[in-house]
Write a protein that binds this ligand. Structure first.
Ligand code: HAM
Length: 423
């Protein structure tokens, strides 16, 4: 057990890290184009922030949080998502005093006690954005366009964007009453969660995963009929701008999302071939959240993408670039009596900016040459007894299998010039 990572977590190995960096670089590049700045918030927060922010009738808060009491008797939770924390930081650092919008992005680990399966983990990573302080549908369209641009830039096809409006505090009570009327006669046969949510938050009945309840939810009255004029107009504005930007989308009136803070626009992007865990991106507007956690009445919109799911999708479409790993020089020193000189040269090469390795295990000449090949070294610098007696070392070009003798004191300058020829 001590040699296995906890269930639902995984190591990101050196052989995988370049893929992560590649995807993150695309995200950072496009965020810069869209004017979003990075924020890094703590991995844990006061539990109350998520209860209030995400909503205490959601699956995330009721079943999936890693919550513990710290040594100071505070209730602490590992962040299950980053929106509540970003909004907390927005309030704490009075970002609202700056001209709107405040545009933030983040990349980092999130934690949910979920049932692990392909594409679903207990520690996973999200890239996400939040834009605060703008009511206009233009910022909703921009956020969606940012998500689509990133996924397209990475080369992903077969993406499916669904959008919906989940209304606001003005039109939701009417929908809530309609939902209760619809579900009331069926309540007896529904799961305990649904029974408890019937009064507390009937909208949550729409995303119950129990098959019987899920089927029932499909026939529930849609929110669309209840939208107030403001929400309807806002939704029309978002659709108009997405169309103008040439973004394909489907309006899906059953899309409600699993977190309580959403108002008006909600959206998800699916990469269908991923199967059960096909949602690679989800987000929406949250006009009441800043106020809910104690800030001013400031609106917001954002989304988050699951990094692991995006990497799975890229891998399945063969869209990850090949990374050529290699070093500039491997110092071969078969006679330990010469090790000090070899070691000093290795340090000098590294100080000159060259990627340099050497042997630690007093291996044979043959084994050290093999190691140079395995590390994909461009040059081997051989500290042989005979050459050293002449104040020289052998420089071997590994790819071309050619070699020359060079003065040991000139190794750094010569190698710098040689390596440059390949850049
Ligand atoms: P979410 O839909 O809960 O939204 O998560 C966003 C994305 O994170 C999902 O579409 C999925 O790709 C990924 N994800 C979620 N749970 C897991 C998991 N257990 N394993 C792997 N990937 C997962 C949010 O978190 C909101 N904070 C998004 C947002 C930002 N809304 C407004 N601003």
């Amino acid at each position: 057990m001590l040699t296995t990572a906890p269930r639902g977590t995984k190591d990101i190995l050196p052989s995988e890290i370049e893929n992560w960096r590649y995807v993150e670089a695309a995200m950072r590049r496009i965020c810069a184009q869209f004017g979003y700045k990075e924020i890094r918030t703590p991995v844990f927060e006061h539990t109350e922030l998520f209860k209030r922010g995400i909503g205490d009738t959601t699956d995330v808060v009721e079943k999936e949080m890693y919550t513990f009491t710290d040594r100071g008797e505070r209730s602490i939770t590992l962040r299950p998502e980053n929106t509540a924390s970003a909004v907390r930081a927005f309030c704490e650092h009075k970002m609202y005093a700056e001209p709107a919008p405040t545009k933030l992005f983040y990349i980092g680990p999130m934690f949910r006690y979920d049932r692990p399966q392909a594409g679903r983990y207990r520690q996973f990573h999200q890239f996400g954005i939040e834009a605060l302080g703008v009511d206009s549908p233009a910022i909703d369209a921009e956020a969606i366009l940012l998500a689509v641009t990133i996924l397209k830039e990475l080369g992903l096809k077969d993406l499916h964007l669904k959008i919906n409006s989940v209304g606001c505090s003005k039109c939701r009570p009417q929908h809530r009453a309609k939902l209760q009327d619809y579900f009331r006669p069926h309540l007896e046969g529904m799961c305990n969660d649904c029974k408890s949510r019937f009064e507390r938050n009937p909208l949550r009945l729409l995303d119950c995963k129990v098959p019987h309840d899920h089927e029932l939810a499909a026939g529930a009255p849609s929110l669309e009929e209840c939208l107030c004029d403001e929400c309807r107009e806002h939704f029309e504005g978002v659709k108009r701008l997405l169309t103008a930007a040439g973004v394909d989308f489907e309006v899906d009136n059953t899309l409600v999302r699993g977190l309580d803070y959403y108002t008006k626009t909600a959206f998800e992007i699916q990469y269908v071939p991923l199967g059960a865990q096909s949602a690679v991106c989800g987000g929406g507007r949250y006009d009441g959240l800043v106020k809910e956690i104690g800030g001013q009445d400031v609106s917001g919109i954002g989304f988050a993408m699951g990094m692991e799911r995006i990497l799975l999708a890229l891998e399945s479409q063969n869209l990850l670039p090949e990374h050529k790993d290699g070093i500039d020089a491997f110092i071969v020193c078969p006679n330990q009596a010469n090790f000090e000189a070899a070691f000093k040269t290795a340090i000098a090469l590294r100080q000159a900016g060259l990627k340099t390795e050497f042997d630690f295990l007093a291996r044979s000449m043959k084994a050290q040459m093999k190691q140079a090949g395995r590390l994909n070294a461009r040059f081997a610098v051989i500290f042989g007894d005979d050459e050293l007696a002449r104040g020289a070392v052998t420089l071997k070009n590994m790819a071309e299998s050619t070699q020359t003798e060079i003065p040991v004191d000139d190794t750094v300058t010569i190698l710098q010039t040689e390596v440059q020829k390949y850049e």
